[in-house]
Structure formats: C-alpha cells, structure tokens
Design a protein around this ligand. Structure first.
Ligand SMILES: C[S@@+](CC[C@H](N)C(=O)[O-])C[C@H]1O[C@@H](n2cnc3c(N)ncnc32)[C@H](O)[C@@H]1O
Length: 438
C-alpha cells in the first residue's frame, strides 16, 4: 500500500527532525531524522520492512492517507534537506507551534478568579489589539510556520475585527482558535467565524449545572446557548473546564456533557494566580491529595466513557480530553519514557508557545507578566529574550522535592503557581500528587 501526506498536514523542519501538524485534529508529531527518513521512503513507496507501529500511528492520527505518491514526497524531501541545518534555542522548537494572542484586556463579565481580564465597565476601545499589530504578528507567524493561534484575552469577541482576524490567520496558513465566555457567540457569529476559517471555539464552562458553574463563572445559560449556536452553525467547539475545589466533583459530568453534545475536546485547566487581590487561589486550588482523587476520576472516565455519560443521549466518545500543561503531574502513572514518547513536555512556555498581549508585549506564557520584548516581535523574543531563557532553564534551578523527581524534565510544575504560593521561581510545585507519597 502507498501513502501520501494528508492534505491537512503541515510539516516544518526542526533541529534534526521535523514537526507535523494535522490542522483538522490539532495533533502534532515530532520526528527525529530517522523518523523523517522513514516518512520520506514511506511516501516514496520504497519503505521496506517498515515499522508497523510508526505507520499505524501516522495513519491513525491522520497524518498520512492511503493514495499514490504525490507532491508531498518532495515537500518532505525539502524538509529533510533543511533539518540538519535548522537551529532552535535550548530545549525549544525552532519557532512557536502556537501563539496565544490577547485581543483585548476587557471583558463583559467578572469571574472572581480571572487571571487576565479587566473588570466590566473598563474602556474596551482603549484596550484592543491594533489591527496593524495583529497583521504584523500574523505575517511573521506565517513566515515562521507557526501552526495555530489561540485568540483570547479578555473576551476576544469584544474585538470588532475578530472575524477578520480569523480570516487573515487562515490566509497565512495558520489555524485560528479562540476561547470565549460565549456571551456574544450566537448562531450568526458562529457561522461568520466558521466561514472565516476558525478552527475551534473553546467555550468556558466550570460546571455541568448552573449552581456549580455559578461558583466560579456567572453565565451558565449563555455558555450553553453558545454551545448550541456552534452546533447549529457546524462550528467545531470544545469546553474549557477550570478545575477548582468548587467543581471537582462535577469533572466527570462536564466531560459527559461535552461527549453528549459533541464537543471536539474538553480541556481541563489548573487555577493560576488571578489579577484580583484576595484568597481565591488558595481557596480554589486543589491540594496534592485532591489531585490524587482527580487521577482516579480521570482513570475511570477514560476506562469507562459510558460511566461518565449518566444522562444517556447521543454519546460522542471521540471527544478528546486534554490537560493544561501545568497538570502533567496527573499523568505520572505512566513511566517517564512513555510520557516522552507520547509527546509530554510539561511547562512549554517559551519552548512550544508564547503569548503576545494587546499592547504588543511578548510573554513566555499568559500567566506571568514578565517581558523584555515589545512590538509583538515574538521571533526576537524566541531568540533573544532573557525572560524566555529563564523559563527554558527552569529544570536546572528547581530545588526541593521536584529536583529529585524522575519526571522533572517532562513536568516542571507551574512557575506561576509556585511563585504565588512560595514566592520563589525555583521552588517545588506545592500541589503535585506525588508529593507526600512514600
Ligand atoms: C481568561 S479567559 C479569557 C477568554 C474568555 N473571556 C473566557 O472567559 O473564556 C481564558 C480561560 O482562562 C480560564 N481562566 C480564568 N481564570 C483563570 C485562572 N485564574 N487560572 C486558570 N485559568 C483561568 C477561563 O476559564 C478561560 O477558559
């Protein structure tokens, strides 16, 4: 049987290898030179004794499709030629695979623990990303072969040009996604975003019931309407579930809800420091013991998808469950070698992604406000920022309990959380479920 790269796959060179991105599924695969060679000969129809697992993996993840050799062989050949000369900063990709873009700092609702937004009533027009800045960032991202952007903020649907932004990103070969509270996501907006090429709308929902969602987010009904609007418009959507002590008991129910309604993914987030004063973070953060309970819930949800689906309607078991990188410590029932093969990186700030905020400052991640590069020049930051260098060197300086952990390189905990609780960039992650275990 012969194969070609799927038409939705982008491939770019990396130091001694290549990175593939499936635009439909948002899957990435990092190949070393040997893997890249195998892919090249596979597409040429000359791979003998091919590793079955390799081909099965590429096929299952829709990186390759059955078909006669086509122009994609030459594309892979070009990447193969470039890979040995491609460089990247330490422990990083040659360029971000994802850029997080804050389109505005403003929001039309006030969630108590929000890590970013200005309060309602703030002047939206004074706090929007300029079109010219957005255009500059997207042009540079297209040249660097960035795969996707995550538009957020603030509330990205408050930006009057959000649909044009999605369209421009697509025109540069980049998949645009956005995270929204859903208040303004009606059927018309969902259809416009779909037509503009939006990859996925991630709708924030912190509970399966108004009561539990209401403990951390005020707009259950609007979020559910937004989900319905995406379904009506045929726009791919997912749920962002911020896992807190207020809603941990509804984790399985929210996953079930996503499955039932046809979410492409349910993304579980960990609480990070909010912009507001007060004890929200301490109150809502899960402890190491709580996270051990979460591990049990997740194991159950993964093993028995139907158990989570208590309300029995059309179940969609293809809903992907994804974890925020700062929750990598939940995956430590797999060995470090397994996690590595499955592509775990843990904290990927300044390694796989970075953030550009509405005033053009470039940050290693959306949860720290340290920046030494402005003007949206994320590639300058990628290569020259000392803040980025600090994040890339974190495993060398982390002390305490984490320093002796076999998963340190693949996890690293969350520096934003660590700094909030311990006041020290180099401290151990206080919430790791492996802590306190014999
Ligand atoms: C800051 S919001 C901005 C996008 C949009 N306004 C919304 O509400 O979804 C982006 C995501 O961050 C999550 N989030 C808010 N506060 C957080 C915090 N303190 N820690 C971690 N995630 C948080 C939200 O639940 C949401 O999914």
């Amino acid at each position: 049987m012969t194969f070609a790269l799927s038409p939705s796959v982008i491939i770019r060179p990396e130091p001694n290898g290549a990175l593939l991105f499936q635009q439909e599924t948002a899957e990435t695969a990092l190949l070393d030179l040997e893997g890249l060679d195998a892919l090249y000969f596979l597409l040429k129809g000359e791979l003998r004794d091919y590793p079955i697992f390799f081909v099965k993996y590429l096929r299952d993840q829709q990186f390759i499709v059955p078909g006669p050799p086509d122009g994609t062989v030459e594309e892979v050949a070009r990447v193969r030629d470039k890979a040995p000369q491609t460089t990247a900063p330490p422990r990083s990709l040659a360029a971000p695979e994802t850029l997080h873009l804050s389109l505005t700092g403003a929001c039309d609702q006030a969630c108590e623990g929000c890590f970013y937004s200005a309060r309602p009533g703030s002047d939206v027009t004074a706090d929007l990303m300029d079109w010219s800045l957005f255009e500059r960032v997207i042009t540079a991202a297209g040249e660097a072969r960035v795969f996707q952007i995550a538009m957020g903020g603030g509330e990205p649907l408050l930006h009057p040009r959000v649909v044009d932004m999605a369209r421009l990103a697509r025109a540069h070969g980049i998949v645009p996604n956005l995270t929204t509270n859903g208040n303004r996501l009606d059927t018309e907006m969902a259809a416009a975003l779909r037509e503009a090429g939006l990859g996925q709308a991630q709708i924030s929902l912190n509970g399966a019931t108004p009561e539990v969602n209401g403990r951390t987010r005020p707009n259950f009904a609007a979020a559910m309407r937004a989900i319905e609007a995406c379904r009506q418009a045929g726009l791919r959507w997912g749920i962002n579930f911020l896992l807190t002590r207020s809603n941990v008991h509804e984790l399985a129910d929210v996953i079930a809800l996503g499955r039932r309604l046809g979410a492409t993914s349910v993304n579980v987030l960990r609480p990070k420091p909010p912009t507001t004063e007060g004890d929200w973070l301490a109150r809502e953060s899960l402890t190491a013991a709580d996270y051990r309970t979460v591990q049990t819930i997740l194991r159950e949800v993964i093993r028995h998808p139907q158990h989570a689906d208590t309300q029995r309607a059309t179940r969609n078991t293809s809903t992907r469950l994804t974890l925020d990188a700062s929750l990598t410590f939940l995956l430590t029932d797999r060995s470090p070698a397994q996690l590595y093969r499955q592509g775990a990186w843990g904290c990927s700030a300044a390694r796989r992604f970075c953030t550009v905020i509405q005033d053009g400052r470039v940050l290693p991640c959306s949860h720290v406000r340290w920046s030494d590069v402005a003007g949206g020049d994320f590639m300058q930051a990628w290569w020259e920022s000392e803040v980025f260098a600090r994040f890339r060197g974190q495993e060398e300086v982390i002390g305490g309990w984490c320093a002796g952990c076999a998963y340190l390189d693949l996890c690293k905990g969350c520096r934003a959380v660590v700094m909030a609780f311990e006041g020290d960039f180099t401290a151990s992650d206080p919430h790791c479920p492996r802590r306190g275990r014999r």
